[in-house]
Write a protein that binds this ligand. Structure first.
Ligand code: CA
Length: 637
């Protein structure tokens, strides 16, 4: 669906958002017109304070019920919410209105991002077997090592300590062909240890069902394969930085590749999906994040996600971009954000020249890495070459993984420092990057062995940048309107529930409550409710929670959650809400002698300011029991 939406976007043309960046601490708005694509009508809003508050829930409820916005998802831990306006032409006005709201920390468009454009050579695509048979030899295809740049990969491999645990590297990209021999035979495919394949259950309760090898945020599925070529090429470079991928048989991998697909078959994605992928990566154990993509305006939500990764000691390696521009003057996001955990990568050639297409910046781009004519894996057991900062970035990710593998307690900041201090000064980078140097694998890995891991690292607090002034609503009227009719029509793509899975669930009670209210009227009840005090056990996503039922009717119960039966993530009383929306309950009778088992849907009871569970599919024996129990109970007010 998302794919369709974005393809349509591409067809209609580039929707431009003229943004005027207003930098804090400046008395005048600095006009910096930049054209940024965004998804029409979609707004990411971060509220102040906690999402567990009634205030936050009321905000969402009001937005949905009164302001013609639909909720596409929430990152409830951050109190960040993803809305879609019924009328995208109102976007500029709505963003301005939200920004003026004292409860809103920021509101911004959902930007469109792309894989860092590269030159791909479609000649020279050969089978892996063919590549193996010609490795190192001068042949039609030339020497097929991934790069001939002097980054000392083989020396680094020799210097490594054997027997160390593999490091998880997240490839946030177009997906990875994980069935490719080089990943399969070396055991480089990340397997989610908390998930049982194919049982249709979110075993580890992370919000993604059967996410064995990663996730596909475009299709919202557990198949993060590659329908482009980009992600597979990038992943092969990461693996190839850590071992010889043309050796046969292959040795066991030192890394595990977690494929997070958020760019579609055209290489296009959105900020909101990038944010989701970053959270997935970090929450599921990746500490090296490869990002060979970029675009869009300054996004507070993306900065928040990268800052979160940094707080969890994960390093975010990003392509500087391939437009030959100076990122100091004209930033390329996410590479140009100032979060300390970011390494921004320019591309060099085999002969240590500066790649003509590469972006640069003596203040904002950290180092160079080989990116020209890089051989690597392509889908379906093939092998071919590509150029770009997209290719330079994964060499750094691979070396970062080796550094971390040597010394697993290193902070993200230390990994970055070891990469930078190990890099070799080269003349072509003197006016191009902060370090004026090109990656050197051996130096960094050797230094990592001797480094003393630090428990702390420099702090970073993201402060929301003053909002861009959006003019798209007015300027693009006709186009925006046409697009709006197109995508919000009955046949138009709706990413809603499928799109956001877990993330929608936090708001589900509110939406359900609103729907119920609409149907039955605010004050009328279908069933009389009775006061009761009895125990309830709930099972959500394999987790048991205990609580107390405070009232009961034939239609449902009101529940006060006391806490989890285990001491896990459920210790947050609201956590169960975020985990499903549908719960199975065992409710004890008031005298404790019998119990009923019933499934229900979590709803928000506005008038009581508390949660309830509406029964779903309560059979006659359950209803009979409730009838008997309530015969001796007082009616609830
Ligand atoms: Ca899962």
């Amino acid at each position: 669906m998302a794919l369709l939406e974005l393809k349509r976007l591409a067809l209609v043309g580039v929707l431009l958002l003229l943004s005027v960046a207003i930098l804090p601490q400046k008395s005048h708005a600095q006009a910096a017109p930049a054209a940024h694509e965004f998804v029409p009508g979609e707004i990411i809003v971060k509220l102040k304070g906690s999402s567990k508050t009634l205030k936050a829930q009321a905000f969402i409820g009001k937005a949905v019920s009164e302001q013609a916005m639909s909720l596409k998802g929430s990152w409830s831990g951050l109190n960040m919410h993803h809305f879609k306006l019924a009328d995208p032409a109102q976007m500029a006005a709505k963003i301005a209105e939200l920004q003026a709201d004292p409860d809103v920390e920021y509101a911004e468009p959902n930007y469109v991002v792309r894989l860092s454009p590269m030159s791909t050579s479609s000649e020279n695509v050969i089978s892996l077997a063919e590549a193996r048979s010609t490795e190192g030899a001068s042949s039609t295809y030339g020497p097929l090592a991934q790069t001939n740049a002097p980054i000392q990969l083989a020396n680094a491999w020799d210097a490594e300590t054997p027997g160390k645990a593999p490091v998880v590297v997240a490839i946030i990209d177009t997906g990875v062909d994980l069935s490719h021999e080089i990943f399969r035979d070396s055991g480089a495919v990340w397997v989610n240890p908390g998930e049982t394949a194919g049982n249709g259950i979110d075993d580890d309760g992370n919000g993604y069902v059967d996410d064995i090898n990663g996730w596909n945020f475009v299709a919202n599925s557990n198949l993060p394969g590659d329908d482009d070529n980009h992600g597979t090429h990038v992943a092969g470079i990461v693996l190839g930085s850590t071992q010889d991928i043309l050796a046969y048989p292959m040795s066991a991998s030192k890394i595990k590749i977690m494929s997070l697909k958020f760019l579609d078959s055209n290489g296009i994605g959105t900020t909101s999906d990038a944010v989701r992928a970053i959270y997935y990566a970090v929450n599921n154990g990746a500490r090296i994040l490869n990002n060979s993509w970029g675009g869009g305006g300054y996004s507070n939500s993306l900065v928040d996600a990268i800052a979160f990764a940094y707080s969890r000691r994960a390093i975010f390696i990003a392509a500087a971009g391939n437009s030959s521009v100076n990122n100091d003057v004209s930033p390329t996001y996410p590479a140009s954000y100032s979060v300390p955990g970011i390494l921004s990568i320019a591309a060099t050639t085999d002969a240590d020249g500066f790649a003509s297409y590469s972006n640069y910046g003596v203040s904002t781009v950290h180092l160079g890495s080989p990116g020209s004519s890089i051989w690597s894996s392509l889908p379906n057991d093939t092998y071919g070459r590509s150029s770009g900062t997209s290719m330079a970035t994964p060499f750094v990710a691979g070396i970062a993984a080796m550094v971390l593998r040597e010394n697993p307690d290193l902070s993200a900041y230390q990994i970055k420092e070891l990469i930078l201090s190990g890099a070799e000064p080269i003349s072509s980078l003197q006016t191009k990057t902060i370090s004026r140097s090109r990656l050197n694998a051996y130096n960094s890995v050797a230094a990592a062995k001797a480094a003393v891991a630090s428990a702390s690292q420099p702090g970073y607090v993201a402060s929301a940048r003053a909002p861009a002034s959006e003019e798209a609503g007015a300027a693009g009227c006709g186009l925006v309107k046409a697009l709006a009719d197109d995508i919000s029509g009955p046949s138009g793509p709706h990413r809603n529930v499928a799109f956001f899975g877990l993330l929608l669930l936090f708001a589900a009670p509110i939406l359900i409550a609103l729907a119920l209210r609409k149907k039955s009227g605010a004050s009328r009840r279908r069933f009389p409710r009775y006061q009761i005090s009895s125990q309830v056990r709930m099972s959500v996503g394999g987790r048991e929670l205990t609580g107390e039922v405070s009232s009961i009717s034939m239609g449902g119960v009101q529940v006060a959650m006391g806490g989890p039966a285990d001491a896990g993530a459920g210790s947050n009383p609201d956590a169960w809400l975020e985990n499903g929306g549908v719960v199975s309950m065992t409710i004890k009778s008031p005298d404790g002698r019998e119990e009923i088992r019933v499934a229900g849907k979590v709803v928000w009871a506005e008038e009581k300011k508390r949660y309830g569970v509406a029964f779903e599919g309560a059979d006659s024996s359950v209803l009979n029991s409730i009838g008997r129990w309530t015969a001796s109970l007082l009616k609830a007010s």
